[in-house]
Design a protein around this ligand. Structure first.
Ligand code: NI
Length: 393
């Protein structure tokens, strides 16, 4: 493995440079044209890989090893967020209102670095490695499903994704067996009453009061209709209605997010929402419109792959630095790939309190300790080398 360490050390500075380039020029979901071009051109310049664009702003490269083996996909997302950066670093975002505040700049750079190293190891590589540079993770319906639909993942035996996180200090790797991220769904409700003068509510069907009852009662779905052993969240995050002090409005608009881990819970919640809204509106002589949208599904890590990644993690950082990453109600469209093949989503620690790098992902002051890029790149490389030559995959 000395040869590999030599190659990795030789590319570390370049990976940091790439990451800073992506950071300076962030692009929003589905608009990653320049980012995709940069990645495409680099991969072309490396040679030995066939590079394609399954969609307008995503890039996939395939590296065929000299020896027979499995097809393993490595995935990085490449999009940025609609946030104005507040860091005063030399590589700060050059685009007002757009920022790589979730580390996807680092993901893209690490995967480019991994590709460059693995190309140089082609003689000893088994099977095939697919490098997936995915657009639009941050915006539903997400880029992953488009890449799956393009056929770019056909035939793969497993997929590995990484995420930089400031919830872990640099030098730690977080792994979770089974479910790690949640089903994320949203809903829209329109409560339709009858508007009128605020001084004469008896002549109206007041949608504000009815919507308020709905909001309170929706919480009982979690507390009374869902087992305490099943985790789920309903948050009403939109409550809009009314234009004037003296007018009872005609309608009130509600909206919110629903998070869950289990399949049955996920399927039950919209039925329960509808039942409650129907009952309350009927009781008050109002009516309603209800739209429920299934978003990203839960990310469920394959236990066998978690075992392999744990071993790899111990080689990259010390055993005590491979930790369990507690599952959470956040979401990721990495789950779309898991319909296709088993996978593992790995968290790479990136915070460093001594350097003041403590702001969480999606914060306007988010920044990473770039040392994390080295660890992530090593995890990508070792995963590809190990899994392409693993008969249990
Ligand atoms: Ni992210």
């Amino acid at each position: 493995m000395e040869n590999i360490d030599y190659l990795i050390n030789g590319i570390e500075q370049e990976v940091r440079k790439w990451r800073r380039h992506f950071h300076r020029f962030p692009e929003l979901s589905f608009q990653e044209e320049k980012t995709a071009k940069f990645i495409f051109d680099r991969l072309q310049s490396f040679g030995y890989v066939s590079v394609s664009k399954p969609t307008k702003t995503s890039v996939v490269a395939s590296l065929k090893g000299r020896l027979p083996g499995k097809i393993i996909a490595l995935r990085a997302d490449i999009d940025a967020l609609p946030i104005t950066e507040e860091n005063q670093v030399e590589y700060r975002s050059q685009k007002e209102g757009i920022m790589h505040a979730c580390g996807h700049d680092g993901h893209a750079a690490m995967l480019l670095g991994a590709a460059k190293v693995l190309i140089q190891l082609q003689e000893q590589i088994h099977g095939e490695i697919r490098f997936i540079f995915q657009h639009a993770e941050e915006q539903q319906p997400g880029g992953a499903r488009e890449i799956v639909a393009s056929g770019a993942l056909d035939g793969i035996n497993a997929i590995i994704g990484l995420h930089l996180t400031n919830d872990l200090p640099v030098g730690k790797i977080g792994l979770t067996e089974g479910t790690v991220l949640a089903n994320t769904d949203t809903f829209d409700l329109l409560i339709k009453g009858r508007g009128g003068h605020g001084s004469r509510p008896e002549t109206t069907v007041d949608p504000v009061i009815i919507a308020s009852e709905v909001v309170v009662n929706l919480q009982q779905i979690i507390s009374r209709n869902t087992s305490a052993l099943e985790a789920a969240v309903i948050s009403v995050t939109i409550f809009q209605g009314g234009t004037s002090y003296s007018i009872i409005p005609q309608t009130v608009r509600l909206g919110g997010t629903v998070r869950s881990f289990g399949v049955t819970v996920r399927e039950n919640i919209p039925l329960l929402i509808e039942r409650i809204v129907k009952g309350i509106t009927q009781a008050h002589g109002a009516s309603f419109e209800f739209d429920y949208h299934q978003g990203y599904s839960a990310v469920i890590n394959d236990p066998g792959l978690v075992g392999t990644l744990r071993k790899i993690g111990r080689n990259v950082v010390n055993a005590e630095n491979v930790v369990v990453f507690p599952k959470r109600m956040a979401s990721e469209d990495f789950s779309a790939y898991l319909q296709k093949a088993p996978g593992c989503f790995v968290f790479i620690g990136a915070s460093n309190s001594e350097k003041g790098l403590i702001y969480s992902n999606h914060n306007s002051q988010f920044d990473i300790d770039e040392e994390s890029l080295l660890y992530g790149m090593k995890v990508f490389i070792q995963s590809a080398l190990t899994l392409t030559n693993d008969n249990s995959v």
